[in-house]
Design a protein around this ligand. Structure first.
Ligand SMILES: NC(=O)c1ccc[n+]([C@@H]2O[C@H](COP(=O)([O-])OP(=O)(O)OC[C@H]3O[C@@H](n4cnc5c(N)ncnc54)[C@H](OP(=O)(O)O)[C@@H]3O)[C@@H](O)[C@H]2O)c1
Length: 244
């Protein structure tokens, strides 16, 4: 990994594994000092921060559960204390549980809403005052917001539909500061969420494979660029032409 000298800063919510970790690495390569949150994967989080430091970058792992509003605020405060300002926020933390409507329990419903919707909103709200004019906000939604999805994914689909709607409104609120707000909607991606289902999902894909986390991170990197400054309020789907 070739790391450019850091001149900008990025805060990633949910960066210890999967798509979030790929984005942390890519942003470090692009010349960002990166802070990222995690909850359970302390070892992976520490190893990721160490790898980036060894390669000349700067990364700060912060334990903060996106279900907890106070933890989100504290994570932003810790980030700003260290890096002073925020150029880019990536809200990636998300929960995926599958159950048909007959079996969805209240705590499952509330837990997914708390992380995938309220947590996304509160992360943006807490970070916004510290984001530089002309900065970037990117959320990770899902292609299930626009595709049929799967039986058993109604709650997940609802949360990702909410994120797509959310960015449209937040984009208008922050447009006076030239902060762009966009949502990436990946299709099936090779992460722990899909452990055991990669072959099945690959067969369902027109390209006969799932996405690599690095491909989703590449779109984050693009949205961060100067030339992407006219894209805002958008949901960009990156799902290999998935049609279900
Ligand atoms: N993989 C896919 O096929 C796919 C497709 C479409 C959309 N997405 C979306 O992409 C995002 C990342 O998915 P992934 O596949 O990379 O998932 P993953 O491999 O399960 O990783 C999830 C990451 O989010 C963190 N996280 C989870 N709950 C959190 C919480 N309450 N507070 C803070 N961090 C939390 C995890 O941290 P810890 O491990 O430390 O807890 C981990 O770093 C999610 O929003 C997901 O819905 C994924």
């Amino acid at each position: 990994m070739n790391i450019e000298p850091a001149t900008r800063t990025a805060l990633v919510f949910g960066g210890s594994r999967g798509i979030g970790a790929a984005a942390v690495k890519r942003l470090a390569q692009d010349g960002y000092s990166v802070g990222f949150t995690y909850v359970n994967s302390e070892e992976q989080a520490g190893a990721l921060a160490e790898t980036i430091a060894e390669q000349g970058g700067e990364a700060l792992a912060i334990r903060a559960d996106s279900q907890d509003p106070a933890a989100i605020t504290a994570a932003v405060a810790r980030f700003v204390d260290r890096f002073e300002k925020i150029d880019l926020v990536l809200v990636n933390a998300g929960l995926f549980r599958m159950n048909r409507i007959e079996a969805v329990a209240l705590d499952e419903l509330d837990g997914m809403l708390a992380v995938n919707v309220r947590g996304v909103y509160l992360s943006i709200q807490a970070a916004a005052p510290h984001i530089v004019d002309g900065g970037r906000i990117v959320t990770i939604g899902s292609n299930v917001a626009i595709r049929t999805g799967f039986a058993g994914s109604s709650v997940y689909q609802m949360t990702k539909g909410a994120v797509a709607a959310m960015v449209k409104g937040v984009a208008l609120d922050l447009a006076p500061r030239r902060i762009t707000v966009n949502n990436i909607q990946p299709g099936p991606t090779d992460t722990d969420i899909n452990a055991g289902s990669i072959d099945m999902l690959s067969q369902m894909s027109p390209l006969k494979r799932v996405a690599k986390p690095e491909e989703i991170a590449g779109l984050v990197s693009y949205l961060a660029r100067e030339e992407a400054g006219y894209i805002t309020g958008a949901s960009l789907t990156i799902d290999g032409g998935f049609t279900l």
